[in-house]
Design a protein around this ligand. Sequence first.
Ligand SMILES: *Cc1c(COP(=O)(O)O)cnc(C)c1O
Ligand SMILES: [Zn+2]
Length: 415
Amino acid sequence: MSFVSGLKCRECGTPYPAEALYVCDVCFGPLEVAYDLAAAKASLSRSSIESGPPSMWRYGALLPDPGDQPVDLGAGWTPLRRARRLGEALGVRELWLKDDTRNPTGSFKDRVVSVALSSARRLGFSTAAAASTGNLATSVAAHAAAIGWPSVILIPADLEKSKIAMTAIFGGTVLGVEGTYDDVNRLCVELVAEHPEWAFANVNLRPYYAEGSKTLAFEIAEQLGWRTPAQIVVPLASGSQLTKIAKGFREFIDLSLVEGTEPVYFGAQAAGCSPIARAFASGANVVRPERPNTIARSLAIGNPADGPFVLDELRATGGDCGSVPDDETLECIELLARTEGIFAETAGGVTIASLRQLIGRGAIDPERSIVAIISGHGLKTLDAVSATATFTRVITPSLTAAEAAIASTALVGAS
Ligand SMILES: *Cc1c(COP(=O)(O)O)cnc(C)c1O
Ligand SMILES: [Zn+2]
């Protein structure tokens, strides 16, 4: 059972029922889901959670009510891996990677979509929709297909080919919009007004959608043996993942389920789209929109909805925000692959490059535990690496040619 008590405004705190609402009538602020944590405390324990399913729905008590059954392709409960070789390369003592490449459609978006569409079905919707930088599109299309719903997906027309194919294959309506993600998002806000019967995962279902990211915090805490990490690095697009990871850790701390205090939060952005990093560095409370220009398309949101809330989390815990050029992103996709055997998309490269940058400038303490979120699979952004990740040598099918080629290349083994 779920301990949701309703919705409440993130700006002024006005309470609302857990219905299809997302904007505060009083102040136009965004709504979020609220829980009766006192009641949850009386019935929720480590062992009741441990006896749940090996998926994110083991934390169903602290998620929106999914109705009879969640819309579930198996999102979550991904590995938290101790990264000794990468940790050594970066000079840190205790590094962990949350490997969210291993979700059903290859990104962390499966967590938020599973919650959004479960809530949408409970609330009586029957069409799924989304404004997306790519990964949300794929996940909404897949989950909609699995429950027989039509889907309407809007993405920038110049997105990576692999992300377009991975979305279109599920048979929904996929509209390529000639513009940036921020243009796509503006258009979707207008579409919601015309089609209030469509469940836009990240617009009119946003309060429910966002809750899915809390499961990253819940899983990390449980997988560390019911303790919080000292520091965590999170890639930022709209900023929702980071703010809800923070909400998740706070709920677990309030429920006395974990040892330790809140982690210090660190954001990761590409230099070609770093409105939050810039606002943080300049001490501003407002985030000035910018026009994205980066290979990290999944993070290319120039006007991030959760930007000011992210700034609050970073400042309240003594965190910081990385901002890394695309060449460092590519270098760190390789570094991660070659040290840990994980192939990440560009967002993962941004996260590792930001981790390295933040260690370099003394913002991250190398002696204390660190978790980095690897949020999407490398097959989604193959084009980004295909120029360098290719044959060592092409040879004729003869033993002489093979031996000559092998002799002329330095064999790189495990070190
Ligand atoms: C969407 C996305 C993010 C960040 O999401 P927000 O919650 O909007 O900040 C990070 N990584 C990947 C791969 C994504 O697709
Ligand atoms: Zn309000």
